[in-house]
Design a protein around this ligand. Structure first.
Ligand code: SF4
Ligand code: SF4
Length: 70
């Protein structure tokens, strides 16, 4: 799938992330682009894997995922 850099990428705002035990955005990401190494840390998005489907923006109940241009 070709990516459109102009469309931006999701970014997880650590100040808004509630550190959900099971991150629904991570579970919904078909590109496996949302990663978390430690349970007590906010997940992050690997832009290289992101398919720009924007599902994650709607799955996060805390609106902690925003769309940015990088
Ligand atoms: S669903 Fe949103 S608030 Fe919860 S861990 Fe994932 S990014 Fe953070
Ligand atoms: S936009 Fe789609 S592929 Fe990219 S991180 Fe969100 S759910 Fe995953």
């Amino acid at each position: 799938m070709s990516r459109n850099p102009e469309a931006g990428y999701p970014l997880i705002d650590e100040t808004l992330c509630a550190l959900c035990r099971r991150c629904p955005a991570m579970n919904a990401c078909k590109g496996r682009a949302i990663l978390r190494f430690e349970r007590d840390e906010a997940p992050y998005v690997d832009a290289a894997r992101c398919q720009q489907c924007w599902v994650c923006l709607h799955e996060c109940p805390y609106n902690a995922i925003v769309r940015v241009r990088i």
